[in-house]
Design a protein around this ligand. Structure first.
Ligand SMILES: Nc1ncnc2c1ncn2[C@@H]1O[C@H](COP(=O)(O)OP(=O)(O)OP(=O)(O)O)[C@@H](O)[C@H]1O
Ligand SMILES: [Mg+2]
Length: 498
């Protein structure tokens, strides 16, 4: 008997049907992948399973018994634990306080037993080989990837029978991703049901025994993974065939330097970086996570303190703030969209035009007709799944939020674009569109600096790849030398490739 049997599950948000009679069946001891386009209803469905949302209709059985979780803690008590797509840790608490939040070991006076808390945490880390070493550090000091690992640890601390991972690898570096994939497999081998949501088909294929495909809130297929090809899965997801994911790489670089970086230094995390990005060029930034990529992008966007010189088309840039960087013609798609990219409580429309208001105003008055037209155009162009431009950004699916950030950047007049993992959480169809868009922009004379946590993206989309190691450029790969193997080699080996 399947551990989870869900049938005819529906959920509406106002006028939006997020789920329409969705079906989902999964057994103990398997990794079961749930896939579908951005906005297909995956997160809505697992939020229902995990007690964060109530379905409008439908029937869910857990171990053959009717199951309705009123809230996440009651789902957890029934054995269902989820790591949601958007992280939920309390930044000012430590790692261990977050993991055992409201479940801390207490003494008879009701106060927390710190030594027991520490011991439980270390035992948990050891048992699952959790790649975080400091239980006592405050979460706000961790990187996005480390926070993601802590979320996973927190879900595991509940000893679930069903573990749900929603896009859990999208903010992890390759090493942590490997850890999670191994862990998911061994948890399933020991009898757990792991429900795995990811836009990375490679991972899904590698990991899952069965797969359920959602489209527009409905279940369109469920298969044994071994019985279907990637192309078939993609066609089921999108409702059409995808000809190619990566665009043709026609070099469009001119001999004009758009962004000239000299001796860029951020503390000891980024040291003396020299790099020229030509007009019409896409330059990838590679390297193991934490080797200065983040600092490089932030420094170029005027965030934090840095030294060195930056020129835009021969003009020195002295951006001391993102606002100034934007005004000077440089824009960023940031890593953490919830914290840096979006105003969740504001409409999509306002998010899109946030950085460009001056363009729409005449003598201080907003030209709302022009604003409306441009917003509508951008929503159509990026195929942002919003019911109306007034839908609040926080209620879009994860991938659609990412599209809004992209659109916001495109509506600025900046022609130097810093893209930090721009396809994180984006479905394959849209990924292909974003890559094509990057090449089209380059052909129009934009200069693009592009970091990706997904190596194949760098290999297929960038004209050159600068590999960072210990805050320095270890190699700049060109043409035929751009390969996953060479990027990794340069990232790890002293001396790199020549
Ligand atoms: N609170 C809400 N209010 C209005 N609409 C919502 C709300 N939550 C979700 N939706 C809508 O429901 C639909 C399904 O969203 P969901 O987050 O489940 O998609 P998803 O498959 O997880 O997509 P992604 O791959 O982008 O994460 C989307 O159209 C989304 O905008
Ligand atoms: Mg989602």
């Amino acid at each position: 008997m399947d551990l989870i049997q869900a049938s005819a599950v529906s959920k509406r948000f106002g006028g939006i049907a997020a789920l329409s009679r969705a079906e989902f069946h999964a057994a103990a001891g398997e990794v079961h992948a749930l896939i579908g386009e951005n906005g297909a209803g995956k997160s809505t469905f697992i939020q229902i399973l995990a007690g964060a949302l109530r379905p409008d209709e439908g029937r869910i059985l857990l171990r053959g018994e009717p199951f309705v979780a009123a809230n996440p803690s009651s789902a957890q008590r029934a054995g269902v634990s989820a790591v949601f797509q958007e992280l939920s840790l309390v930044p000012d608490l430590t790692v261990e306080q977050n993991i055992w939040f409201r479940r801390e070991p207490l003494n008879v006076f009701g106060t927390v037993r710190p030594r027991k808390l520490r011991a439980d945490t270390l035992a948990l880390f050891e048992r699952y080989r959790i790649p975080v070493t400091r239980p006592d550090i405050e979460v706000r000091r961790l990187t996005l990837a480390e926070r993601q690992v802590v979320e996973i640890a927190k879900a595991l601390a509940r000893d679930p029978a069903v573990l749900i991972l929603d896009e859990a690898t999208s903010s992890l570096a390759p090493r942590e991703t490997e850890w999670l994939l191994d862990l998911a497999r061994s948890l399933a081998d020991s009898g757990m049901l792991v429900i795995y949501i990811s836009h990375r088909l490679g991972e899904v294929r590698h990991l899952a025994r069965r797969i359920t495909v959602f489209r527009n809130g409905m279940t369109v297929a469920a298969h044994d993974m071994a019985a279907v090809s990637d192309d078939e899965i993609i066609a089921e997801m999108l409702g059409r065939r995808l000809d190619r994911l990566y665009p043709e790489r026609k070099p469009t670089a001119t001999d004009r330097v758009a962004l000239k970086i000299r001796d860029l230094t951020v503390g000891h995390r980024l040291q003396g970086v020299d790099l020229d990005i030509m007009e019409g060029e896409v330059v990838g930034v590679g390297g193991l996570q934490g080797h200065g990529q983040r600092e490089m992008f932030q420094a170029l966007f005027g965030v934090g303190r840095s030294r060195g010189s930056i020129e835009l088309w021969g003009r020195p840039l002295h951006a001391r703030s993102p606002r100034q960087a934007l005004a000077d013609g440089i824009a960023l798609v940031p890593e953490d969209r919830r914290a840096q990219g979006l105003l969740l409580a504001k409409p999509v429309r306002e998010n899109l035009t946030l950085s460009v208001i001056p363009r729409f105003s005449r003598a201080g008055f907003l030209d709302s007709r022009r604003e409306k037209a441009l917003v509508a155009e951008m929503i159509a162009f990026l195929r942002i799944k919003a019911k109306t431009p007034d839908q609040l950004a926080g209620t879009l699916s994860g991938g659609n939020q990412q599209k809004v950030i992209f659109g916001k950047m495109l509506l600025t007049e900046a022609k130097v674009l810093l893209l930090f993992d721009p396809t994180r959480g984006v479905d394959v169809g849209t990924k292909g569109e974003i890559f094509q868009l990057m090449r089209d922009l380059a052909a129009k004379g934009y200069a693009i600096l592009f970091y990706s946590s997904d190596l194949p993206e760098l290999v297929h989309v960038a004209d050159r790849v600068a590999v960072l190691r210990n805050g320095r450029i270890a190699a700049v790969l060109e043409d035929g030398a751009i390969s996953e193997a060479n990027i990794l080699k340069a990232a790890m080996v002293e001396g790199g490739v020549h």
